[in-house]
Design a protein around this ligand. Structure first.
Ligand SMILES: [Zn+2]
Length: 249
């Protein structure tokens, strides 16, 4: 039975049976993996309190095969990000981050850039900052590292080059901009994106993680980009993320 050691972020920790937990982890070199922590819910457990979502951990698990549910033998906490739990808005932001990674990834498909973005995103959350903006930047940046990268260079329907000097129409279902001619033919729900909104999204995609927090968005740009990214996420995974005014545990 191969022994696996890896570093990852806990995405989910679910009760299983009377005493166990199933922990879903996004690992830097293995992608999304799951394992059973036997006896994790007993009073005396070797796992202590390290199975909570958002924690950065070093994990040891036994796996019969790559696809099989692993048996977690050890978890060492690297960073708990405990301050996340001290503020409801920050906790909602962290929940949006881990649920997004969980929703857009499949098991055993490593993506080191996504792992780096997740760790950076959790570390960047602070009640003193604009956490909704940090989360929005994270969403855009993470999508750019996946096959779900929104398309802004050309019309998603006919392929005609986008006219960046004009406002764009964004289709959440098609995952990109749609030219005026295709919009007039009726391509479903369309959201308007101003030049400023498109430029903001492009910058958030391209900027290196340490520089991401320099980006600011206010007023109509902020509203347009938030609406477009939320609708796009719902179109991709068929469900919504926790909202800042409605925390769902
Ligand atoms: Zn078109």
């Amino acid at each position: 039975m191969p022994l696996v050691r890896t570093r990852g972020v806990i995405l989910r920790s679910q009760r299983w049976g009377d005493a166990d937990r199933i922990v879903t982890v996004y690992s830097h070199n293995l992608g999304k993996i799951r394992g059973v922590a036997r006896g994790a819910r007993r009073m005396k457990t070797r796992f202590g309190g390290v199975l909570e979502p958002f924690g950065l951990i070093d994990l040891t698990l036994f796996q019969k095969t790559a696809e099989a549910l692993g048996q977690i033998s050890q978890i060492d906490l690297v960073a708990s990000y405990s301050s996340i739990r001290e503020d409801l808005t920050v906790m909602t932001a962290a929940a949006r981050m881990v649920r997004m990674v969980d929703a857009i990834t499949v098991a055993h498909d490593p993506n080191p850039a996504m792992f780096a973005a997740l760790v950076h995103g959790l570390e960047a959350l602070s009640p003193e900052e604009d956490v909704a903006l940090t989360t929005l930047l994270f969403q855009i940046h993470v999508l750019s590292h996946t096959g779900f990268r929104p398309q802004f260079d050309c019309c998603t329907e006919c392929g005609k080059p986008a006219q960046h000097h004009r406002p764009q129409w964004f289709s959440p279902q098609l995952g990109g901009v749609v030219c005026q001619e295709c919009v007039q033919r009726g391509m479903g729900r369309m959201l308007s994106l101003s030049k400023g909104s498109v430029a903001f999204i492009e910058q958030a995609r391209r900027l290196a993680l340490p520089h991401l927090s320099r980006l600011k968005a206010m007023g109509s740009v902020r509203m347009e980009v938030e609406t477009a990214m939320e609708a796009y996420f719902q179109a991709i995974v068929g469900k919504s993320l926790p909202t800042f005014d409605q925390w769902i545990c």
